[in-house]
Design a protein around this ligand. Structure first.
Ligand code: GLA
Ligand code: ZN
Length: 685
């Protein structure tokens, strides 16, 4: 018997298909004159233990060869064949690449660059998202597809467009931006004030004077840049919503997604996610076969998966990954034997209920002909890559109990797109690279090494379920967020923040009256007077209370510990002896502040100590050797621990508990070994 909690803690991408989805992008439209290849695909799909194909991503011309003339024959056959072979389909809308006839007839669908030049037909991901014509044409084709396949039992999800990205600077987008601003600000006076346009006499006296930021025009009005980025997110989402509405008209119950690109900086995924039923992501990690590098790659990948899981607090799809290599990096290395299973199981460990590839079969021509695929040009199943995919598929089939399970993280890292944009724009400190993502990663790293489940949260997420929140370089903090952080600490939370906290508001206006902003001065018990930016070769030393010295690089904030306890001090320069790290008891919680950028050592030891203080531990009880980590998923009753060895040598771990191996039922206790690149899933019976 399962308790009520069991039901609450499972969330499915599509309850009608409660299995790990295993498959990928399939382009039968490229092989229409090769029927033998198409039937071979079905044989191979079963052999590869795939149960899904994503169809139609770039198939617009095949579906609508002439305006208003549709031909669904290839898709009808593909969907039926896949279903007969036991598979399901994720159907894509084709809006990411348009037919040549469409671009020729309606040039307004083509994007305009920020230098005002309209692009020519070609490539993809380059349509104007405001053009009424493009919206209408997309709506028509989407409705046709949805109407035709709405009742097909193979259809499990909709995939909107592909990797929505980029900006359009055409007159229609500029006009839409001005309308967006009018709605936001009401009056020009308010806009001018918020953007501080009296600076350099850039005050607008007519809405028509406002243009999107451009290297040919305005780049100094940071409020404008932030609003433009917000607008791009909202306009792209609005375009996506047109597509979603077209599909939902026919299939209200089929879940919709669009494939994200990790921490892609151009769009605030938290805003877009509100329109989606589930999240999916494309991840092409840089596995190199070098243990030292790959452990870092593993951390980067883990952080991306955690973001995707947190965006909707439910399982996500790894929509694209490569079974071997890509074709667009500086050096395109195939994954070493065993890495594929490890990397895809890592996605599952962090909350993916789908493991999918770009691409099923290598195309014969054009730019992606050498990109890795499940089926190589050689055409048969006797390849290393195919065997690895097939072996993984065999394993994924046994994971039905894990599908829908969730992760209950007690630790969170705050990452906010608006903050990222504002920080990048700030012409100060190290203007061209302030290394926000590197800093976020430096805090994530010890969490990963200690096997701690971590959510990557945004400013609007609830903070209640966390005991520890790490907020690296939260330069832009609204008054509301400052209050929320205060509330979190007051109620017993542990907050860790760094240099550059709370310097500007959500419009990039500097806070007056001392830093960090507003009540955060009380919360941290400090006042930040100035920031010293260090030259690349420059260093300072920071002395901890026990006499240990660590290294400060890049940034040393000169802070005053008004109420806070000083944990470390600078060892040289005009701020020698002044606080470099502090802690302040506030309400029932504590607020830690690290005023300098360290080389990793201090971050590691601080995070580890705070985990102890917050009472947060790994799902696995034993110590984790280098390269080994543990992450969990739970149905509320049973917690599955994914132990993964990202190193190229066997590692031994010790446990006080009695575990069962999920797939074999074998008992595990005391000391045991994890093979190189192995994933073991265990639970306590
Ligand atoms: C992206 C795209 C795919 C393909 C892959 C190649 O993720 O969505 O269509 O081009 O890159 O790695
Ligand atoms: Zn446009």
């Amino acid at each position: 018997m399962h308790s009520g909690r069991y039901i609450i803690l499972k969330k499915y991408i599509n309850e009608k298909f409660p299995h790990i989805t295993h498959g990928g992008d399939y382009n039968p439209d490229q092989w229409q004159d090769c029927p033998e290849i198409l039937s071979e695909d079905m044989r191979l799909m079963k052999l590869a233990n795939c149960n899904e194909m994503t169809l139609g991503i770039f198939a617009w011309t095949a579906l609508e060869p002439e305006e208003g003339k549709y031909d669904f024959s290839f898709m009808d056959k593909a969907i039926d064949d896949i279903y007969k072979a036991g598979g399901r389909v994720v159907l894509a809308t084709p809006s990411a690449a348009r037919p040549a006839w469409l671009a020729k007839k309606y040039p307004e669908v083509l994007r305009v660059r920020n230098d005002g030049v309209r692009i020519h037909f070609g490539e993809r991901h380059n349509h104007c998202y405001t053009s009424e014509v493009y919206r209408e044409k997309v709506r028509e084709i989407d409705r046709k597809i949805a109407e035709r396949y709405k009742d097909h039992p193979a259809l499990i999800a909709w995939h909107i467009s592909n990797e929505i990205s980029g900006e359009c600077f055409c007159p229609k987008c500029q006009a839409a931006f001005r309308e967006w601003l009018k709605k936001k600000y009401g009056t020009l006076e308010r806009l001018n004030k918020t953007w501080w346009t009296s600076f350099w006499s850039h005050t607008y006296t007519d809405w028509e004077q406002i243009e999107a930021p451009s290297p040919l025009g305005e780049t100094c009005t940071h409020g404008l840049t932030l609003d433009w980025k917000r607008f791009v997110t909202e306009q792209s989402t609005d375009f996506m919503n047109v597509e979603i509405a077209a599909l939902k008209e026919f299939t209200p119950d089929i879940p919709v997604t669009t494939n994200y690109m990790n921490f892609y900086e151009g769009l605030d995924y938290r805003v877009m996610s509100k329109s989606l039923d589930f999240i999916s992501n494309d991840l092409y990690s840089d596995w190199q076969g070098d243990e030292r590098v790959d452990i870092e790659v593993a951390k980067d990948a883990a952080m991306c998966h955690d973001l995707m899981r947190t965006l909707k607090g439910k399982p996500f799809m790894l929509m694209e990954s490569t079974p071997s290599m890509v074709n667009w990096k500086g050096v395109n290395k195939p994954k070493r034997p065993g890495v594929h299973e490890l990397s895809e199981m890592q996605a599952v460990a962090h909350g993916a209920d789908a493991v999918q590839y770009f691409q099923w079969r290598k195309s014969r021509g054009c730019s992606e002909k050498f990109h890795g695929a499940v089926v190589d040009h050689v055409g048969h199943e006797n390849t290393r890559v195919f065997r690895e995919v097939s072996r993984l598929g065999e394993r994924l089939k046994k994971l039905d109990d894990i599908v829908g399970t969730l992760t209950e993280a007690k630790a969170a890292i705050l990452y906010d797109w608006v903050n990222d944009w504002a920080l990048k724009d700030a012409r100060a400190f190290h203007p061209w690279d302030k290394k926000l993502m590197k800093t976020v990663k430096s805090f994530y790293s010890p969490l990963w090494e200690n096997g701690i489940d971590t959510d990557i949260i945004g400013v609007e997420d609830s903070f209640e379920k966390y005991r520890l929140i790490i907020a690296p370089m939260m330069y832009s903090i609204s008054e509301g967020l400052a209050e929320k952080l205060e509330g979190f600490v007051k109620q017993g939370g542990i907050l860790l923040a760094t240099y550059m906290t709370g310097m500007v508001d959500e419009n990039d206006l500097c806070y007056l009256g001392g830093l960090p902003c507003g009540r955060l001065k009380e919360v941290f018990g400090i006042w930040n007077e100035e920031i010293d930016s260090l030259f690349p070769e420059e260093k300072n030393r920071v002395l901890l209370k026990d006499g240990t010295a660590v290294t400060a690089v890049d940034y040393c904030e000169v802070i005053h510990a008004d109420k806070a306890e000083v944990l470390a001090t600078y060892d040289s320069d005009y701020y020698k002896g002044m606080p470099a790290a502090t802690v302040n008891k506030y309400g029932d919680g504590k607020a830690y502040y690290i005023a300098f950028r360290d080389t990793g050592e201090y971050t590691d030891m601080t995070v580890k100590a705070l985990l102890g203080e917050a009472g947060i531990c790994s799902g696995f009880d034993g110590e984790l050797p280098q390269g080994v980590t543990a992450h969990t998923r739970t149905d509320g009753e049973k917690t599955f621990v994914f132990l993964q060895n990202f190193s190229y040598s066997p590692k031994s771990v010790k446990t006080e508990k009695e575990w069962r191996v999920f797939e074999t039922g074998e008992k595990l206790t005391g000391e045991f070994e994890i093979e190189p690149l192995q994933t073991i899933i265990i639970y306590e019976p």
